[in-house]
Design a protein around this ligand. Sequence first.
Ligand code: UT7
Length: 315
Amino acid sequence: MRIIGTGSALPRKVVTNDDLSAFLDTSDEWIFPRTGIRSRHVISDEKLEDLAVDAARKALTDAGRLPEEIDLFLCSNVVNEYLTPGLGCIVAAKVGLNCPCIDINCACPGFIYSMDIVETYFMAGKVKNVLVVCAEEPTRMTSWQDRSTCVLFGDGAGAAVFTEGNNVKGIRLNAQPDPDKIWQFRPLQPTPYVTKTETDVPLQMNGREVFRFAVTTSVRDIQEVLGRCGVKLEEVDHFLIHQANMRIVEGIRNRLGVPEDKFATNIVDHGNSSSASCPILLDECNRRGLFKPGDKLVFSAFGAGLLSAVALIEW
Ligand code: UT7
């Protein structure tokens, strides 16, 4: 398969580090050097599905495809206001898709997990045009009294359209199951038979361990995928790394020994938008005209699970 269109959409509300320090014991002096973030787009009165629809429509237009030409839709999402149906069905209804919708919850590497699933459909000859949308509102998961988590996240949606081709060179999905490192608990409806006490727990994260996991797994898996595909590090044109923390991106870049100009970033004014992060970055680079046909792109993402993934594709 190959990518023929991209799109993205961000909430209108921009929250700066200084805005946060008005109600939290934090500061730009703490946040920026440790994360690379100065501001983030935050859901206020928009609905996540409308951002997802906007990103999807832009990707379809960019790809020159009509909604009725799409024969599979994957939606990557951790949380939204509905428990059922999946966000994919809600988005599909608004976009006018008439195809199977699959929702996945693979946290931050959701875009690469989606690409792996979609590629399998192409290899089986079951599809011709596929839409992937990653839409996330992690700012609805954190406690806004918890300065160690809420300063890190931003919301948004990113999308890509895939058609037949031979441009996916290699993908590696990885799981190191360890649910205690990033988690959130939301009680279900009580019943007459549930006797345990259940309370909401906002997003919890062991930042240091996630940081270590991210750098280690990303470097190892990028080297493994490139080695398997017979591609040298210096032959890669662009590294699109999950925008979780600028220090994580820098840690990966330094260990690989790759020049800075091959690592596009947007964390400074986006924060971490979970699985939407990679396709938003992809769309912004695409619209800036950064990619030439034949360019080699490496994606790498990591997050709750702990899950991680790397993909090598040709533009
Ligand atoms: O998609 C993957 C999602 N997760 C991640 O990417 C997270 C990866 N981890 C990280 O990015 C970093 O671990 C953080 C940015 C979350 C934290 O950086 P750190 O250097 O590991 O700091 P820390 O958690 O060890 O905290 C150091 C100090 C603590 O104070 P004490 O205990 O030393 O007095 C914190 O209370 O910094 C304090 N602190 C803050 N201070 C001001 C934590 N958050 C803040 C804050 N403002 N926002």
